[in-house]
Design a protein around this ligand. Structure first.
Ligand SMILES: Cc1cc2nc3c(=O)[nH]c(=O)nc-3n(C[C@H](O)[C@H](O)[C@H](O)COP(=O)(O)OP(=O)(O)OC[C@H]3O[C@@H](n4cnc5c(N)ncnc54)[C@H](O)[C@@H]3O)c2cc1C
Length: 515
């Protein structure tokens, strides 16, 4: 029996996958699509992460969808509200009917002869077993996020097994963890650490943030007062759009300022920290990073909650290195021992491309790390595939929206031209930079080799700039000399030919602008 076929297959039912489905329904209404999701619920990141205090670290006015206003009063929002915003979008737009849960995609194989993908997945059965599922599609849209779901990053700590208390990773937070009155040490000082420390400090005995080196931490109001004021007399969508542009402009300004005047921005951030923590606090040791602002993601805390927890002695910061774990806690290189009942290893994520699937084009295995990224959305030499990757210096959804809109316009163009295959072709451009450049966060550095590279010029550049991407993904012509459109002849019915590479001479190639 022929596998079930869809025009578009979306991998992942997180923020991006639901947004992608909305765009398809709106802009390519005649196309059939399905979403395959490995988990049993909508939400991706916002369903997986359940640690105390889980919240956004950018404002929801830019992290919300362009097409659905964010109407909660809190702009820095708890994970639950984000999850219900995503699920509400799926429900209200009828997208949830097209999701197949507990389907984990393993491989995708492109056949030029049939101009389609064969997608192999496994479905988790109620009895815990698995069964293989195969589908075909004309276009594969990866909305699988950017990290491994099965486990976070956990470095080996010497003697970890000797510790008598509990060791917990935020990516797998145990529901039954009771930390009331307990001594907690959180290893790390990234976004996750600064989120969960003030939340745990409310009931824990004491929470210590143990960091090897400091991070820039900036406080922002949890509520966007201008947005909440605008909502009093403007329709929700108008208030949202105005506030969204205000925040995009502000974030772009701050990022550019940090790029051009890093010392000025650094001084401003540290001055604020001193104001929060008082003149006697050792800001130099604990909050003065060795890197320039925005060469790693700035950590945002709502209404200075982390600083409040430190000021009230419910939390503290130790800047030191781990010698080894002991029965009672952690022995530091300085000789000091931190005693703990619970150790939280907020040591980060393992970045992963395309949901960890294996990719084949006409039988050849594709190594994304040896390819170039086209507009930060497609991969050189790989037909009919796009992947959503948001910004590292701004909200993810800004770029996700642009990529989904771009894919829809591309599909419509292909229909008008009557072509079935589109491939970004690298005609001699060299890789000159990593997918994410000038960014030194550990999780990025550990993974960049496996991600596509950037070339020296557009369309082979990956911008971290919303305004440049609007031009690149929304306003630029498809006729840029890099996209090759072709229409392989109709598939043969001879199964012996299936999957064989198409001879170049029989593939007819079109470029946009040709009639
Ligand atoms: C703790 C945390 C906080 C964050 N905070 C912010 C923030 O404040 N602002 C911001 O802009 N960004 C933030 N991010 C980045 C965040 O991931 C994005 O905002 C957004 O959630 C990404 O949505 P997504 O749908 O692209 O990916 P995800 O949310 O990761 O969803 C991907 C989906 O794809 C599914 N999937 C993956 N592989 C497969 C497969 N092989 N087969 C089937 N399904 C698969 C997953 O199960 C998941 O449901 C944060 C990330 C983390 C981890």
């Amino acid at each position: 029996m022929a596998p079930e076929h869809f025009d578009v297959l979306i991998m992942g039912a997180g923020l991006s996958g639901i947004g992608a489905a909305y765009h398809l329904q709106k802009l390519c209404s005649s196309k059939s699509y399905v979403i395959l999701e490995q988990r049993k619920q909508i939400g991706g990141t916002w369903d997986l992460f359940r640690y105390p205090g889980i919240r956004s670290d950018s404002d929801m006015l830019t992290m919300g969808y362009s097409f659905r206003p964010w109407t909660h009063p809190r702009a820095i929002s708890p994970g639950d509200d984000i999850r219900s915003y995503i699920a509400g979008t799926a429900r209200d737009e009828g997208i949830d009917r097209n999701i197949r849960f507990l389907h984990k995609i393993k491989t995708a194989s492109w056949s030029s002869q049939h101009a389609n993908w064969t997608v192999a997945a496994v479905r988790k059965m109620p009895d815990g077993g698995e069964e293989p599922v195969t589908l075909t599609c004309n276009f594969l849209l990866s909305c699988a996020g950017y990290y491994r779901y099965s486990a976070g990053y956990s470095p080996e700590f010497p003697n970890a097994s000797r510790f008598q208390g509990r060791i917990v990773h935020p990516q797998a937070w145990p529901e039954d963890l009771d930390y009331t009155g307990k001594r907690v040490v959180v290893i790390g000082s990234g976004a996750t650490a600064v989120t969960l420390i003030p939340a745990m400090a409310r009931t824990a005995g004491h929470v210590t943030m143990l960091q090897r080196s400091p991070t820039y931490i900036v406080s922002m109001p949890e509520q966007d007062r201008i947005h909440n004021w605008l909502r009093r007399f403007l329709p929700a969508m108008w208030a949202y759009r105005l506030s969204r542009w205000k925040n995009v402009a502000y974030m772009t300004y701050v990022y550019q300022l940090a790029q051009h005047y890093p010392n000025f921005v650094k001084k401003g951030i540290l001055k604020k920290v001193r104001e929060y923590l008082g003149p006697d606090y050792d800001v130099e040791t604990h909050f003065n990073p060795r890197y320039r602002p925005w060469t790693q993601r700035l950590c945002l805390v709502p209404d200075a909650d982390l600083f409040e927890a430190i000021k009230s002695n419910r939390a503290s910061v130790v800047t030191d290195q781990i010698e080894k774990f002991t029965e009672k806690g952690i022995l530091l290189k300085s000789g000091k021992e931190l005693e703990a009942d619970i150790i939280v290893t907020a040591t980060g994520l393992v970045m992963q491309i395309l949901g960890g699937i294996e990719l084949f084009v006409d039988g050849q295995r594709i190594d994304p790390g040896a390819s170039l990224a086209y507009k930060g959305a497609m991969i050189s030499g790989v037909p009919n595939l796009a992947s959503v990757f948001g910004y590292i210096n701004a909200s993810w959804t800004l770029k996700a929206d642009l990529i989904c809109n771009y894919v829809c316009r591309l599909l419509n163009l292909m229909d008008r031209k009557g072509v079935r295959q589109v491939t970004p072709k690298n005609g001699g451009e060299s890789a000159v930079a990593n997918f994410v450049e000038n960014f030194t966060s550990g999780y990025v550095e550990r993974a960049v080799a496996t991600w596509p590279k950037q070339g020296s010029k557009s369309p082979w550049r990956v911008y971290q700039n919303y305004f440049r991407d609007i031009v690149s993904l929304k306003w630029s012509s498809f006729d840029d000399g890099a996209l090759e459109f072709s229409s392989p002849p109709k598939a043969s019915t001879d199964p012996a030919l299936a999957g064989r590479p198409l001879k170049k001479s029989v593939a007819q190639t079109f470029y946009p602008g040709q009639s």
